[in-house]
Design a protein around this ligand. Structure first.
Ligand code: CA
Length: 495
């Protein structure tokens, strides 16, 4: 078995993770050297991304009314990240960061692409930015994306030209779930001669060709993930699968049999939402079974996360985090996340240090041994070695979130235990989120120097931003120009 050495090594590091408190400094330094110099056999990488999943809407993060047994089992046998951030509190910009390793503002992707962007503005993430899929593909990985894309619908931005061998899903920002319903609506509008049909209703595609999908969408994506894994396991190459479920994003549509499991939830939206999350979990159970049957389970790193916070007006809960999707408070961009890799990733542990979605790119490059293209800019860092040693990859470093609104911008800055927030044109606030995870007690008057330092850092960071290359609608773009946005002179002014 070519993997036995690396697995033995990682078992040793896992033990270190447990005993690090008792180890002498010399021992730790020596282990650190081993970790950093270790050549890792290429693991399969499976990213399971949910869409608008709330921080506490999975069992492993405290959900009491939603059951997610398959995800919980993986989380319990892996390491849960309690302080994982995405770079933006809504879909498109967050996904752009996962693929590019950059803050979305740096590449003009700080807004969602508008609906039907392939037929209207024909824009997408610049092809000059090599995606992690491309980097992994070029180092010998078989690459697949199943589900939601949202990074450009025009042919030049299609997943198949961005490093993915296989694409099954849809190109826009969301989709309806029941094929008998969305196919009929699409057909009716097409026959009526309507030119622009909402992309939530478009046929599902496989590598550029429309397919006649008949299953509930979440089930279709799980089925295709199993197909991809089965096919990939027949080759000698490792695989990278980006399984981007659109669940539990709106529209709230669940199978009646799933919803029947949640009759204890009185709120209709919450009940449907819970059933949609459960449908993902049913799929994950099948995917785990296929990984085991094909002999790939022990050599697969599974990364589970959400692309942004849950939408509390659509059934989600981010408790104990404040607010949700769209917000720069913790509920908007701190997400549920775990790593699972048998005998490698420590089991039954929590990793409490800050990590960001921009770390994913360099971390996957490290694990795959891929060469990062020359001149490639990266905002995050390889977190693997520090993760394995239970150390902080971002000590004293700020993790940012910045969301533009009409005429002003909201900003969140996380650094060690601190969080600075500017939201809704209010004054800057400061929280110690280790003591006050719900951001209730503003400490800005008590620690003005800490706040000033964080705001100064964010202002320096903001100088790397470029103007948006698109807006989610025309009106917002017109308003942006009229307001002379981003008006950072106002944003970073301290009260
Ligand atoms: Ca989302």
């Amino acid at each position: 078995m070519k993997l036995s050495n690396s697995i033995k090594f990682f078992t040793c590091v896992s033990a270190l993770f447990l005993m690090s408190c008792n180890s002498s400094k010399e021992k730790v330094a020596s282990k650190e050297k081993v970790v950093k110099n270790q050549t890792i056999e290429k693991p399969n990488i499976l990213v399971i991304l949910c869409d608008d999943l709330g921080y506490s809407d999975v069992g492993f993060n405290g959900a009491k009314d939603i059951i997610t047994p398959a995800l919980d089992q993986l989380a319990d046998n892996g390491t849960i990240f309690t302080s994982a951030y995405v770079t933006h509190p809504f879909c498109g910009p967050s996904r752009a960061s996962l693929m590019t390793g950059l803050y979305p503002h740096k590449i003009g992707a700080q807004f969602n692409l508008p609906p039907n962007s392939g037929e209207t503005i024909k824009k997408g993430i610049s092809v000059d930015e090599p995606f992690i899929s491309k980097v992994l593909n070029e180092t010998g990985y078989r690459t697949g994306i199943i589900g939601k894309w949202h990074l450009g619908s025009n042919p030049e931005f299609h997943p198949n030209v961005r490093g993915f061998d296989d694409f099954f899903g849809f190109l826009g920002g969301g989709h309806n779930y029941f094929p008998e319903q969305y196919n009929a609506a699409y057909k009716k509008q097409k026959e009526s001669g309507k030119k622009l049909i909402w992309d939530y209703l478009h046929p599902i595609e496989h590598n550029g060709k429309n397919v006649d999908e008949t299953e509930y969408l979440t089930d279709a994506f799980s089925r295709e993930a199993v197909r991809f894994i089965d096919d990939a396991s027949k080759t000698k190459d490792p695989f990278f699968l980006y399984l981007a479920y659109n669940a539990p994003h709106t529209p709230l549509e669940a199978k009646p049999e799933d919803e029947a499991l949640f009759t204890h939830i009185k709120d209709k939206k919450r009940r449907t939402y819970a059933a949609m999350v459960y449908a993902v979990d049913r799929g994950v159970k099948k995917i785990v079974a296929s990984l085991k049957e094909s002999g790939q389970f022990d050599n697969t790193l599974i990364v589970f996360m959400s692309d942004n916070g849950g939408k509390t007006t659509s059934g989600a809960t981010n408790y104990p985090l404040k607010e949700g999707k769209g917000s720069v408070y913790e509920g908007g961009f701190r997400v549920p996340m775990f790593f699972h890799w048998p005998n490698v990733v420590p089991a039954g542990k929590k990793y409490d240090f800050n990590v960001s979605a921009i770390d994913v790119y360099p971390t996957f490059a490290r694990l795959s041994g891929a060469k990062i293209p020359e001149g490639k800019r990266l905002d995050g860092k390889n977190m693997w070695d520090n993760f394995m040693l239970n150390r902080d990859s971002h000590k004293d470093e700020s993790i940012y979130v910045l969301r533009h609104r009409n005429g002003f911008s909201d900003v969140g800055i996380r650094n060690n235990e601190w969080k600075a927030v500017k939201a809704y044109r209010q004054k800057w606030k400061l929280f110690n989120v280790n003591d006050d995870i719900s951001e209730k007690f503003d400490l800005s008057d008590k620690y003005p120097a800490i706040l000033k330092n964080l705001v100064t850092q964010a202002e320096i960071w903001s100088k790397s931003h470029i103007q948006p290359l698109w807006w989610h609608d025309e009106k917002t773009g017109i308003q942006w120009k009229a307001d002379k946005m981003p008006r950072f002179d106002k944003t970073f002014k301290l009260n």
